[in-house]
Design a protein around this ligand. Structure first.
Ligand code: ADP
Ligand code: ASP
Ligand code: MG
Length: 478
């Protein structure tokens, strides 16, 4: 039995769906339409496109003592949001109220940045306070726009619903506490036949200190709210026709994938398909909630439906390609590593002290080197940690050196048949060879359904296009 009496639909709109008055107006229409079929709709919103980047950049500039940067940003934020209010909220009283709220939040923004400038430092906790403002602004705007379109709505700060630990900038939710808070806050609004409009991305600790779920995290907010309300479906509205065979910005002939399993979409999201935040999938699978990815600007397109599994496809062909950017390969190299037990454990224990997770590991069969990928900003710290942990081996010459490559990306091929279908990897290396794309490392085996390659940053698009040729498009022969 559902915690609420009727079926619940959660609709999440990304920044790309809210960036302009026309886009937000389309999003409003989509909510109205869904509301005709679904008695209980909850809307989750991101910040307007580009706003979170601008906020984070302003806090960084402020920490470096640049005052101009955040004053410029506050001016731009005010102008952009007010323009939206004028176009989407015609009723004067409502308009004045929203403009007042927006002005207060933007004044808070300049105060926070001034404080950061005085301290000369933006702590992760302060960063979250600043980054949260984008959603705190857009949620008020969207609720007022819905009301103006005659759909009673009520904005809700995500921090009232989602309870997390205090790992600022990437906080982890407490599912039980979140469920309690979400039901307690949203049920009365739904009972009054209003549409709750929730600010995604933001959350708070049990003590009420603001946190965020990490960049792109409003998809995750939608999933957490869906789970808390035992929703029937969560629909993620974005600016493309669902999950596609590749990022359409990189590969022009990318096509929508009508159905994907939870595991497949989780793998794609993890390996860089920005269309869904990777953490979105796990809570949704556990709760058995239906998930769709849809295009705000093409609402009649069926998009992508995420399903539990479709066994007939398990050995199917290559389905999609994705790129995980901004990485470097770190290599620990030395003949003395041969047969020495525990070296790998020590290496990864040292890397773990930097607080990062390693998305790819490759070891040469000779055991003379171990290499792994880390986000570029972590590389200097990872190398320092390794040099410290392996100081004795380096001094004895058992390990020659610890070094890193230039910028690389992991390019992943989603192919549920990679393991069991002979010839797929041959095809992959053949097309890359034909296009003379150099592969710096391979990871094959950590996942049942994908194969990952490392290429230099300058080769990402060529590698994606090359591998994309292997995808059998509907209506084409083998
Ligand atoms: P939103 O603001 O809606 O959250 P995002 O920018 O986070 O939007 O995600 C949508 C973008 O993800 C698309 O515009 C597209 O360029 C990119 N993308 C990357 N890989 C894929 C993929 N496989 N399928 C669809 N979109 C993808
Ligand atoms: N606004 C946040 C970001 O840009 C969250 C999101 O868009 O999902 O990261
Ligand atoms: Mg997104």
């Amino acid at each position: 039995m559902n915690v609420l009496k009727d079926k619940v639909l959660v609709m999440k709109f990304g920044g790309t769906s809210l960036g302009t008055p026309e886009a937000m107006s389309q999003a409003v229409q989509n909510v109205k339409q869904a509301h005709e079929q679904w008695p209980q709709v909850v809307v989750v919103v991101s910040a307007l496109s580009g706003v979170t980047d601008m906020l984070i950049e302003s806090a960084r500039c402020a920490a470096e003592g640049d005052q101009q940067c955040f004053y410029r940003a506050s001016h731009e934020l005010r102008e952009r949001h007010e323009k939206m209010v004028h176009q989407l909220v015609p009723d004067l009283a409502r308009q004045i109220q929203v403009k007042q709220d927006i002005n207060h939040l933007i004044t808070d923004f300049t105060h926070f940045c001034q404080a950061i400038a005085v301290l000369g430092e933006a702590t992760p906790r302060a960063m979250d306070v600043v980054a949260s403002l984008g959603e705190r602004l857009s949620v008020r705007l969207m609720a007022a726009a819905l009301e103006s379109a005659e759909l009673p709505a009520q904005f809700v700060e995500g921090s009232q619903l989602i309870i997390t630990d205090d790992q600022y900038t990437a906080a982890r939710p407490d599912i039980q506490a979140t469920k309690k808070r979400t039901v307690r806050t949203l049920k009365p609004i739904l009972d009054q036949k209003r549409v709750p409009v929730v600010a995604g991305f933001i959350a708070s600790t049990p003590e009420g200190v603001l946190t965020t779920l990490g960049r792109g995290g409003s998809d995750y907010s939608a999933a957490l709210i869906g789970v808390a309300l035992e929703a029937s479906e969560v629909w993620i509205w974005t600016d493309v026709d669902g999950v596609m065979t590749a990022d359409p910005r990189m590969v022009e002939d990318a096509q929508t994938i009508p159905e994907l399993s939870y595991n497949e979409v989780a793998e794609l999201a993890y390996f860089g398909a920005k269309v869904l935040h990777p953490k979105t999938i796990h809570p949704i699978i556990e709760a058995g909630i239906g998930l769709r990815v849809l295009n705000t600007f093409n609402p009649t397109h069926p998009g992508t439906r995420i399903v539990s599994s479709h066994p007939q496809m398990e050995n199917g062909p290559i389905k999609a390609v994705a790129a995980f950017r901004g990485l470097q390969l770190v290599t620990v190299q030395g003949r003395g590593m041969l047969g020495v037990p525990g070296v790998a454990a020590r290496i990864f224990t040292a890397v773990a002290t930097t607080g990062t997770s390693v998305p790819l590991i490759a070891e040469a069969a000779s055991e003379q080197s171990i290499c792994f990928a880390v986000p570029m900003e972590i590389t200097p710290r990872a190398i320092a940690a390794l040099e410290k942990a392996l100081a004795t081996e380096l001094a004895l010459g058992d390990i020659d050196r610890v070094w890193s490559t230039g910028e690389v990306a992991i390019v992943s091929v989603l192919s549920p048949g990679t393991r069991s279908t002979p010839g797929i990897s041959a095809q992959i290396f053949t097309v890359l060879g034909e296009d003379q794309i150099n592969v710096e490392a391979i990871s094959y085996g950590s996942s049942e359904i994908s194969l990952s390659l490392v290429v230099s940053a300058s080769e990402i698009q060529r590698a994606l296009k090359s591998l994309h040729r292997l995808i059998k498009m509907p209506g084409t022969e083998s």
